[in-house]
Design a protein around this ligand. Sequence first.
Ligand code: ASC
Length: 150
Amino acid sequence: MKKLTLVLLAVSAAAVSFTASAQFAKPEDAIKYRKAAFTVMGAHFGRLGAMAQGKAPFDAKAVADNAEVVANLAKLPWAAFGEGTDSGETKAKPEIWKQSAKFKEAADKLQAESAKLVTAAHTGKEDAFKAAFTATAGTCKSCHDDFKAK
Ligand code: ASC
C-alpha cells in the first residue's frame, strides 16, 4: 500500500513537471503563452490592487479568489522562457538568459510571496492582505526592473 502510494506520487509529480515544462511547437507559441499568463495574472493582481489601495471595497472572498488565481498563474510563465524565445514580440531582456540563476530566484520569489498572499487572504484580515499584497507587488516590480524592457 505504502509502495503504491509512493508510485502514484511519483507518477503525479512527473505529470506536473511535464506540464510545467510544456513543450511549445514554436518560440512564438512560448512567447504568446507566457504573455497570456502574465496578462491574466496582472488582471487578477489588479483587482487585488484596487482593494489594497482602497479603490474598491475590501471583500475577503474576492481577495481569496483573486489571490488563488495569481498564485496558480505565478507557476506558469517560467517554462516558456526557453532557448530561442529571447527575440520576437517580447519585452524580455537578454539578462533573463545571461543571469538565469538570478531570474529563477526572482520567479521563485513571486511564487513564494503569492503563496503567502493566499494564506494571508484566507485569514480574512485586511491588514494581513495589504502587507502580503505589498510584498508580492515588490517581487513583480523588482523582476520587471531587472528583466523586462520598458
Ligand atoms: C500590477 C501589475 C504589475 C505589478 C507591479 C507591481 O498590478 O500589473 O506588473 O502590479 O506594477 O509594482
